[in-house]
Write a new protein. Sequence first.
Length: 189
Amino acid sequence: MAFYENLINRLFPKDKEVIIHEVLKRSVPFSRSYDLWKSSSQAAEELQAVSESYDNRLSDIKPSIDIEVYFSPYANGIVIYPERGEFPLSIEFIMEYIREKLELTDYRLVHADRKMTERGKMVTALEKYYLKPPLSADIPIDQKFGNVILELSYENDLPLKFKMMANIYSDRLYHEAHAFDDLIVLLFG
């Protein structure tokens, strides 16, 4: 019987086992490091590099940061692969900076979580923030840039991919969303 169970498990591996699924709260050491980074010249250089790489990707020029751009009628976004580019990034701090910057423009954080899973010898983690524009009784509602999702994926504690998506409301109750390029300018200068 063990032979058949082993064969079935090899042909149809079990899904990833969830190790941790918790609310994403930053530690005091992380917050201190983030505050130091935010006030440093390194932060300004990294944010500028993201902005320039975004512009270069749109112009079909090879960017210094490995960045992909996504446009559709209902969602726009970027994906950054921090380890692949020529320019090193503090991607965890950039994610935190974006969240903070959006909250300063009246976006509200409605969900923050961290999920860790294990498959074999690989441990993956996903940190996620979900932000929504402010509520309003005025119709049509100003959706700003739409709902913004920030996700940072890790494999074995190494940052693998950062994704920022702005999902747009297409309902008549909402004003047309602001341009995604304006979001990039707001966040990265």
